[in-house]
Design a protein around this ligand. Structure first.
Ligand code: NAP
Length: 296
């Protein structure tokens, strides 16, 4: 079977070009451009890269951006005070607090403190609940990016059996909910698997679409995939590689070399889901600025 790469990078570029055109029109009309703030606590290598990419992406579409950096000894109370200040700042349309946070800070407390209309990561229980209820919401970026990627790549979802591996609040659970919605871009029969799932390979072999969001490099192997399946690899794990200048190689959750020849379509890592996450974060910020979900 011929493998066709799903080019998330190009699809994300298309979305960013659409956003940039809207921002240019706002500017031309003398209106305020969307403003995203990012809060980064500590010096986690992955988080530094993600936040840098998000800020750069803002600049490229014409958004204003603010990066607030703190050392990892920032207290929970001080972080909550920063969140409150961003909530109250009329200049800021949306903001993210980059996860993971240092162990002494409760991420749920921080997420719940973010005003839902500025919660452009879509993690606040209000946005999660609205998503589940099928109400307009700021949707979590990676799950909505996966749905958008399938739609823009013309991959049929209606009636398909989608097996999601991983049930985190950030990826697995919300993507399983979105893909099961009665929408043109969804309508799958979804099976959600996790570390307690028995006979995982037997289940994944029944999938038309596999979404792997586990965080274990090359976990999904050829024997777990039915020929012709669509494979979406969310995983991004830094595996040490001294031969590389940066000292690591980014690995997905799918054994690409083994699975790609079987799959009808497959996302690469990098260049698949990752760029879509950033594009959807920008889209959420634009929607927040326009008051599309929560009228201003
Ligand atoms: P997470 O919170 O650690 O969740 C991992 C999930 O995988 C859990 O539900 C866990 O099950 C399940 N799991 C672990 N071992 C398993 C096994 N042997 N069999 C079946 N399921 C297993 O991770 P996450 O935040 O969802 O992230 C997953 C991956 O996606 C990571 O590599 C992360 O870096 C990446 N990611 C990428 C993007 C992007 O933009 N590309 C965005 C977010 C995350 P239990 O619930 O039973 O423990």
């Amino acid at each position: 079977m011929t493998t066709h790469l799903i080019d998330g990078k190009q699809t994300a570029e298309d979305i960013k070009a659409e956003i940039a055109a809207e921002v240019a029109a706002l500017k031309a009309a003398g209106r305020k451009v969307p403003h995203l703030a990012a809060v980064l606590v500590g010096h986690d290598g992955g988080s530094e890269t993600y936040v840098r990419n998000k800020v750069l992406a803002c600049e490229r579409v014409g958004f204003a951006s603010t990066l607030l950096r703190f050392e990892d000894d920032l207290s929970e109370a001080d972080l909550l005070a920063q969140v409150a200040a961003l909530n109250d700042d009329p200049e800021i349309d949306g903001f993210i607090v980059q996860l993971p946070l240092p162990r002494h800070i409760d991420p749920d407390k921080v997420i719940e403190a973010i005003r839902p209309d500025k919660d452009v990561d879509g993690f606040h229980p209000m946005n999660m609940g609205r998503m589940v209820a099928g109400l307009p919401a700021l949707l979590p970026a990676t799950p909505s990016g996966i749905v958008e990627l399938l739609a823009r790549q013309g991959i049929a979802t209606s009636g398909k059996h989608c097996v999601v591996i991983g049930r985190s609040n950030i990826v697995g659970s919300p993507v399983s909910i979105l893909l099961a919605k009665n929408l043109d871009t969804a309508n799958c029969t979804v099976t959600l698997c996790h570390s307690r799932t028995q006979n995982l390979a037997a289940i994944t072999r029944t999938a038309d679409i596999i979404v792997a969001a586990i965080g274990r490099p090359e976990f999904v192997t050829a024997d777990m995939v039915r020929p012709g399946a669509v494979v979406i690899d969310v995983g991004t794990t830094r595996v040490p590689d001294p031969s590389r200048k940066n000292g690591y190689v980014l690995k997905g959750d799918v054994d690409f070399a083994g699975v790609a020849p079987l799959a009808s379509r497959i996302t690469p890592v990098p260049g698949g889901v990752g760029p879509m996450t950033i594009a959807m974060l920008l889209l959420n910020t634009l929607r927040a600025a326009k008051g599309e979900v929560y009228p201003k």
